[in-house]
Design a protein around this ligand. Structure first.
Ligand code: SF4
Length: 215
């Protein structure tokens, strides 16, 4: 069994309730969406085929036990589910960042799912699989990436409709150069939301530099 891998590296987790912790990232190749603000277009094509054993060996080069599968879209590859299971067997805390358009139902119950719900400004909101919401656990996270006030109001409506704050953690993340964090924070305070303001911490730390150590 092999997966197409774009890169494996150690960095600081920057976009969830785990942000600030050292974390191993396995970035898988390929994505079925094309969000307007995508900052990982380099993961769309290419990559190296690796067996699950090889990925475990590369990750095991670090003593860090927090690992995130990301992309691209990691669930585009069927073998990703088995990879999460093998990592959990090895006592990793496994995060998976998924774009919300692919069924998450087969993932191991110990996987921490960080699921995007794509807002209108992404151009991909009609690709969301809202049935996924029923699989979310208290330990999971839903992330809305917001460019403007329209995205904000759309997200409030979705949150209410699916009672998201009762099901899981909810994150609001501003698109850099489109919506300033202080504007978004102001809206959230005014509405007293039980939502986490999510800034991309790794971008503040590393700026334009290489954002971690290759494994
Ligand atoms: S889902 Fe993620 S990787 Fe795919 S296009 Fe959107 S932002 Fe980029």
């Amino acid at each position: 069994m092999a997966l197409k891998v774009c890169e494996i590296f150690l960095s600081i987790q920057g976009e969830s309730r785990f942000s600030g912790f050292p974390c191993i990232f396995v970035r898988l190749s390929g994505c079925n969406l094309r969000c307007r603000y995508c900052d990982t277009t380099y993961a769309f094509e290419g990559g190296e085929y690796m067996t699950i054993d090889k990925i475990l060996e590369r990750s095991g080069g670090s003593p860090v036990k927090l690992i995130e599968l990301t992309g691209g879209e990691p669930l585009m590859q069927r073998e990703t589910v088995e990879l999460t299971e093998r990592l959990i067997e090895k006592d990793y805390t496994v995060l998976i960042e998924t774009n919300g358009s692919i069924d998450i139902g087969a993932l191991h119950s110990k996987t921490v799912i960080i699921m995007d719900i794509k807002t209108p400004s992404s151009g991909m909101s009609d690709k969301m699989l809202f049935n996924n919401v029923r699989h979310l656990k208290k330990s999971d996270e839903v992330k809305f990436v917001l460019s403007d006030r329209r995205d904000y109001e759309w997200s409030l409506d979705i949150m209410k409709r699916y009672e998201l704050t009762k099901r899981c953690n909810v994150l609001f993340s501003p698109v850099s150069n489109a919506l300033s964090p202080d504007t978004l924070a102001g809206w959230m305070l005014k509405d007293s939301l039980h939502v986490r303001l999510n800034l991309q911490m790794h971008k503040y730390i590393f700026r334009e530099k290489e954002d971690g150590l290759r494994l």
